[in-house]
Every structure is written in structure tokens, then in C-alpha cells.
Design a protein around this ligand. Structure first.
Ligand code: ADP
Ligand code: MN
Ligand code: MN
Ligand code: MN
Length: 360
């Protein structure tokens, strides 16, 4: 778009406010600011019509947006910004899809433990023309899994332009994207966000998902976070979450902090599975590098366990662990909140959420 080359007056900054709708999908709208903000606190609250996003009845439709984190806008370029917001009703109660609210309370209580996260977001690129993953024919199947994972070359890689554009856009934005890789099934990719501290993880994960939506607009593709979009001998999509606290990273952390955390996770397995995203019953089958959904297990370097302890952590007696249970559609605010609450023994808040229901 050639208009992009035009230079705007110095004091003009466009802020794209991004938020979660009533279906855990991302929405956004832009406003013009007359100065360039340096933090989310500099930004005004805003609002939108919740009756159009599945979040409010038409008779009382205003939803309040509170700016929480800002990033550089890779689409408009400097000095424009993307703003991650959370949502409240006019009385100040968080909406039901605003899981950020409780996550922030738990992270505040845990701040001295310096919780680090690294989520590995797997996803499929879906070809809009066929409705199937990129690389799958309209009918029938591609060659079996084997050559696709971290592959190179035509017939093995589908959609690298998208994955690559997304990577560069996120890094430009200031998101801590630690890497990307082609995954086991055709058209399946992964990006990782981390190590990120406390609230950074959820905010950066959601903003990275938003940027991916925006990038694919130009490619006639959509994103699927379905835990198992193709039934049969095809890998599903997860969102492994790597986690550590300062005591886990310190000398002796494996015995002193990681093992006790895993013992606490074993006791709360059901609660975690229930909150770890949709469709895990199709994904956590014990095959395709997954654990069984019914039983909690942990093991060194084992991709068939609920939690994997990396070899380096085991060998050095300190480090982090990988919770392999979250499915691709998980809400990172929920997963990071629960990991900290369970592993660090911090009680979950008892927040009252807005009961406003959408009209049907
Ligand atoms: P895998 O070997 O399971 O594919 P990845 O390399 O895809 O793992 O992802 C690992 C993630 O864990 C990265 O985002 C990385 O930044 C993050 N990570 C590394 N060290 C730590 C740590 N000490 N605590 C939490 N996360 C970490
Ligand atoms: Mn990975
Ligand atoms: Mn993976
Ligand atoms: Mn992993």
C-alpha cells in the first residue's frame, strides 16, 4: 500500500487497541493520539460495543478497555503502537473472557519469585480454498508424517512466508519470540515466546496471536488452534509451557523447588487439565508425543510424560520444566496463573466477574 510511505505530522501516533472478544478471538480498533506514549499508563481508557462481540446486551452495550501493555506496530511502523487491553463492564467488574485480571493478581503476589515462562505455540495454517491445512489436498491425504518437521524444500514446507513474516513482525514489535520451527504435520508451525517474566508471557502470547491473524489476512489463510484438526495419524497442536522460578534456577533448585512443584501439580492434575484448553481429549492420547489425559507423570527427557524435565535441568540440578499438557487453544493468562498458583502455593483470587450475557 503506497499510502504507507506518506509521512505523518510528528505528534501523530496511531494506537491500535487489541482485546479479547466473547469467544476468545482477537478484535482491535485504532485511535489517533497527539503524543507518543512511553508506557500503557500514558494511554486513555476506551470502549467498544460489546453487543457486537458476544459480550453485552444491546441495551447496555458499553465495554471498557484498559490499556495494559504496548508494542511497536509492525504494520504501520514507527511511531505507531499496538496496545494490549483487558475488558471491564461500566461498574468496573472484569468480563468473563478477561482472565488477565486474576493472572495479574497472582503474578503480583509471586513477583519476588521472578516466574519465567516459555510457551511453544503450535498452530496450523488453513487454506481458505480447501478448508484444510496447507499442504493437504482438497480430498485425500499428503504423504505420511516424517519429512515435514524442521524440513526444507518444496513438498515438505508449506507457508514459510507467513511464519517468517510473523517472526520478523513480532521481533520488531518487541515481543520476546525465542524462535520458530516447522512442525510434524504439513502446514503446521510453532513459535515460542520466552523466557518472559510474569505478565509479559500472557500479553506477548496474545499479541503474537493477533499479529499472526493480521499477517494471514494477506494470504487467504486462517489459523487453526484446534488441538487435533486432522483425525488419524497426524500430530495435534499443543502449547507446551516451560516454567521456572528463581529458587528453581538457583543451585539445588531441582531437588529443592522443582520436585516439590511437580508433587503439587500431581495433586491438581484434574483442575489443570480442565483449564488447559479445548480438545485435549483428542490430543492427549498417549501417542504422537503426548501423555495420557487421565494420569499425571513427569520424567527426564520423555515426550510421553505430562511434564518433561530437560536433560540440562537434570544434569545441572537446577533450571526449569516443561508442562506438555496445554492444548494450542489455551489461554496463556490462565495457564501461567495456574502454574504459579499451584507450584508456588499462592491462593487463586475469588473475583466476581461481570454477569452481562450476550443476546441471542
Ligand atoms: P522444545 O525443546 O520443547 O521444543 P522450545 O525450544 O520450543 O522447546 O521452547 C522452550 C522455551 O522455553 C523457549 O521459549 C525458551 O525461551 C523457554 N525457556 C528457556 N529457559 C527457561 C526457563 N529457565 N524458564 C522458563 N522458560 C524457559
Ligand atoms: Mn518446541
Ligand atoms: Mn512442538
Ligand atoms: Mn516442547
Amino acid at each position: 500500500m503506497s499510502l504507507k510511505k506518506l509521512t505523518l505530522p510528528d505528534n501523530v501516533c496511531i494506537a491500535e487497541y487489541v482485546w479479547l472478544d466473547g469467544f476468545y478471538k482477537l478484535r482491535s480498533k485504532a485511535r489517533t493520539l497527539d503524543e507518543v506514549p512511553t508506557s500503557a499508563e500514558d494511554l486513555p481508557e476506551w470502549n467498544y460495543d460489546g453487543s457486537s462481540t458476544g459480550q453485552a446486551p444491546g441495551t447496555d452495550s458499553e465495554v471498557i478497555l484498559r490499556p495494559q501493555a504496548i508494542y511497536k506496530d509492525p504494520f504501520r511502523g514507527a511511531p505507531h503502537i499496538l496496545v494490549m487491553c483487558d475488558t471491564y463492564n461500566p461498574q468496573g467488574l472484569p468480563l468473563e473472557t478477561n482472565q488477565r485480571h486474576d493472572c495479574a493478581i497472582v503474578m503480583q503476589k509471586a513477583k519476588d519469585l521472578l516466574p519465567w515462562f516459555g510457551c511453544e505455540q503450535e498452530y496450523f495454517l488453513i487454506d481458505k480454498a480447501t478448508g484444510r491445512p496447507l499442504g493437504f489436498p482438497a480430498e485425500g491425504y499428503p504423504l505420511p508424517q516424517g519429512p515435514y518437521y524442521c524440513g526444507a524444500g518444496a513438498g515438505k514446507i508449506f507457508g514459510r512466508d507467513v511464519a517468517e513474516e510473523h517472526y520478523i513482525a513480532c521481533l520488531y514489535a518487541g515481543i520476546k519470540m525465542s524462535g520458530i520451527n516447522a512442525e510434524v504435520a504439513p502446514g503446521q508451525w510453532e513459535f515460542q515466546i520466552g523466557p518472559a517474566v510474569g505478565m509479559e508471557e500472557g500479553d506477548m502470547m496474545w499479541m503474537a496471536r493477533y499479529i499472526l491473524d493480521r499477517v494471514t489476512e494477506n494470504y487467504n489463510m486462517t489459523i487453526s488452534y484446534d488441538a487435533k484438526p486432522e483425525k488419524g495419524d497426524w500430530n495435534g497442536s499443543g502449547a507446551h509451557t516451560n516454567f521456572s522460578t528463581q529458587p528453581m534456577r538457583d543451585e539445588g533448585g531441582y531437588e529443592g523447588a522443582i520436585i516439590p512443584a511437580l508433587e503439587r501439580l500431581a495433586l491438581k492434575h484434574k483442575e489443570h487439565i480442565a483449564a488447559y484448553g479445548e480438545g485435549n481429549e483428542h490430543r492427549l492420547t498417549g501417542t504422537h508425543e503426548t501423555s495420557s489425559m487421565d494420569k499425571f507423570s513427569y520424567a527426564k527427557a520423555d515426550r510421553g510424560a505430562s511434564v518433561r524435565i530437560p536433560n540440562t535441568t537434570y544434569a545441572s540440578g537446577k533450571g526449569y520444566f516443561e508442562d506438555r499438557r496445554p492444548s494450542a487453544s489455551m489461554d496463556p493468562y490462565v495457564v501461567t496463573k495456574l502454574l504459579v498458583s499451584t507450584c508456588c502455593d499462592i491462593p487463586l483470587p475469588t473475583t466476581k466477574f461481570s454477569e452481562t450475557r450476550a443476546e441471542h
